[in-house]
Design a protein. Structure first.
Length: 435
């Protein structure tokens, strides 16, 4: 009996120190708890169709009595704002105001809270009349931006902005019109550290590029000369990409291709662009991993022909063998079908010092897995400016039982005082995590 208690004590101590390793690379909601660590490597991937592909979306329920998000020891999670209509991307202005894409209401809100406050003291509609707004960015970088960019599903616009203003200082100016619609609807926007470029992410129209007729060698050469190596065409033209453009919308061009759905973008402390990316469905419970990665200029990440390096998708077998050696393996592989949506780097001092420079990624949760996974926020570990490839659970507890969930994390941002803000669109809430 004594040995049993010693084992339990050892587990608790390991959990408190953040050294618990998941029983297998992927795990699922039953294994989730703050501090559990994960590492998925390309060699862990099973063969396609090792398990059946299942449609297993959750029932969305209200927060059960007594249910509360779990956080590591020393941290506290509290609801910051409630009653929101599909709250998604969160971005914090230089003056500390919190901008929220309230996608379900087709508008952008501004929430103002003094440092340390558990609730906003003021709120206002910054802009409305948008179609499924998602990405938000301030331009130019620095303490006094003049514009707020908003990426809606059908266009990229910007509004005149004065620091401290809670409403737009003029009408929307369209920067990029007629973005491709249908399929994945999110569009994110990020600004290069020097302010010279914007990065606009657009997800695919389909799961596995079913709307692309075969191209001959010359047509393929022309396509890739204009749209980048591994770029898709037909109904997938200008999709599954990150585009680069000038702040006024000119010189729109491919930056990276083959990213099936780069939902969330962030600029790392190193100045590199990162994407939280949803991979494809239909190959089984454990294929392929979703991921978060640095996005290299001119890089190709595989979709739809390959995944996680030169692993061929059997549904496009032998179509583009010329691309196999060009596929970049992403930096941090995440449990398949977890649906990473948001990413933010921790650059403040409220959390313990070893959090500085790490990243947080929100996992919206699976629908294409026999036992669901995701519905949590994870911490990507870095050594200096480089990712270690591992991640650990940070905010968990949104799954009620095997069939139902009460929260689906989406946006993540670091507040002015160093607290972490997480939006979840299942319950229409923003959570504030402090230390």
């Amino acid at each position: 009996m004594a040995s049993k208690f010693l084992l339990a004590d050892a587990f608790i101590l390991a959990l408190l120190s953040g050294n618990v390793q998941a029983a297998q690379p992927y795990g699922d909601w039953r294994d989730d708890r703050p501090g559990v660590s994960h590492r998925v490597a390309p060699e862990d991937l099973p063969a396609p169709y090792s398990t059946a592909s299942k449609s297993n979306g959750p029932d969305l329920v209200g927060r059960p009595a007594g249910a509360w998000p779990s956080v590591p020891p020393g941290f506290t999670a509290k609801p910051f704002a409630t009653g929101l209509q599909v709250p998604r991307v969160l971005r914090v202005a230089p003056n500390g105001d919190i901008f929220l894409a309230e996608t379900g209401a087709d508008r952008v809100l501004v929430l103002r809270a003094p440092d340390g406050a558990d609730r906003p003291a003021q709120s206002a509609v910054f802009a409305s009349g948008l179609t499924q707004p998602f990405g938000i960015a301030f331009y130019p970088p620095g303490p006094r931006p003049k514009y707020v960019y908003v990426a809606a599903t059908d266009r990229l616009v910007r509004y005149p902005y004065a620091p401290g203003a809670m409403t737009a200082q003029g009408p929307a100016e369209t920067i990029v019109a007629n973005l491709p619609t249908g399929g994945h609807s999110t569009r994110d926007i990020a600004v290069s550290p020097d302010g010279a470029h914007l990065f606009l992410s657009i997800g695919s129209a389909s799961n596995i590029a079913t709307g692309m007729p075969r191209l001959g060698a010359e047509a393929l050469r022309v396509q890739e000369a204009a749209h980048g190596i591994g770029s898709a065409w037909g109904s997938e033209q200008n999709r599954a990409v990150v585009l680069q453009l000038d702040p006024d919308g000119r010189n729109l061009r491919p930056f990276a291709t083959g990213l099936r759905n780069c939902v969330g973008e962030a600029i790392a402390p190193s100045g590199e662009l990162w994407c939280a990316t949803n991979e494809r469905d239909g190959l089984g419970d454990d294929l392929p991993p979703d991921y978060a990665t640095r996005v290299r200029a001119g890089g190709f990440y595989g979709w739809p022909w390959f995944y996680i390096g030169a692993h061929p998708d059997p549904r496009h077998a032998d179509e583009r063998p010329d691309l196999a050696e060009a596929v970049i393996v992403p930096d941090v592989l995440l449990a398949p079908h977890s649906a990473p949506l948001g990413i933010a780097f921790y650059d403040s001092a409220m959390f313990p010092a070893d959090y500085r420079g790490d990243a947080f990624v929100t996992l919206h949760g699976s629908w294409n897995r026999g036992v669901r996974t995701g519905y949590k926020v994870v911490r990507l570990r870095f050594a200096g400016s480089r990712p270690t490839g591992g991640y650990e659970d940070f905010l968990t507890g949104f799954v009620a039982d095997a069939d139902s969930v009460w929260g689906r994390p989406v946006g993540v941002a670091v507040a002015h005082d160093g607290a972490l803000l997480v939006s979840e669109d299942g319950g229409g809430t923003i959570w504030r995590i402090s230390h």
